[in-house]
Design a binder for this molecule. Structure first.
Ligand code: COA
Length: 158
């Protein structure tokens, strides 16, 4: 049976840290679905269509990766996709509490829900989408932290 993983997030915008998790999680799954949240409590800088498009360009060389947007409960989406597990990245201890709560809540909402945590690579442990937006808005150089398509998209938006 095919093993399908779902990597959910806001991806506003995708960073090299996210791409690192995507590439490394491919050893665990036959197919990985990157699930871009449509409705999020966060005020997003990029529209969901823009976030999905940027990710699609970034993963175009990986035949086993697809990018989709989703709305509603993550566990319902994971069930509909027949996925075995949710993949999340952990950067620091500070991520743990939030992630732990979400994983347990997702299991409460759907009993079969499993979450796999991947430790971020050291060089991306300080990276976040908010930091990228802030630096870009203040005129800083983010080209070593995000894919080229994101550098261009940030420049266009700003
Ligand atoms: N590299 C770089 N950044 C990373 C990272 C990595 N490896 N891993 C996490 N991050 C950062 C992101 O850039 C983001 O930064 P920001 O806060 O500056 O924007 C931050 O970590 C959080 O990521 P985000 O993608 O917003 O994830 P989240 O943990 O807040 O969860 C959903 C987002 C979509 C998965 C979650 O809200 C959800 O499941 N929504 C659906 C509704 C639902 O089911 N709710 C019940 C949940 S229990």
């Amino acid at each position: 049976m095919e093993k399908i993983g779902v990597y959910p997030g806001t991806f506003d915008p995708v960073t090299n840290g996210h791409l690192d998790i995507i590439k490394r999680s491919l050893v665990l799954f036959d197919n990985l679905i990157i699930a871009v949240a449509e409705n999020t409590p966060k005020q997003t800088f990029f529209t969901v269509t823009e976030r999905v498009e940027m990710l699609k360009i970034c993963v175009k060389n990986y035949s086993q990766v697809t990018v989709e947007s989703f709305s509603g409960l993550l566990v319902n989406y994971v069930y509909q996709q027949n996925a075995s597990a949710i993949v999340k990245g952990l950067r620091a201890v500070s991520d743990f509490e939030h992630e732990f709560q979400m994983a347990l809540m997702n299991r409460k909402l759907f009993h079969g829900s499993e979450t796999i945590f991947m430790m971020t690579s050291e060089e991306y442990s300080y990276l976040s989408s908010s930091a990228i937006k802030e630096i870009a808005l203040l005129g800083g150089d983010v080209s070593s932290l995000v894919p080229e398509i994101v550098v261009d998209a940030l420049r266009m938006k700003i």
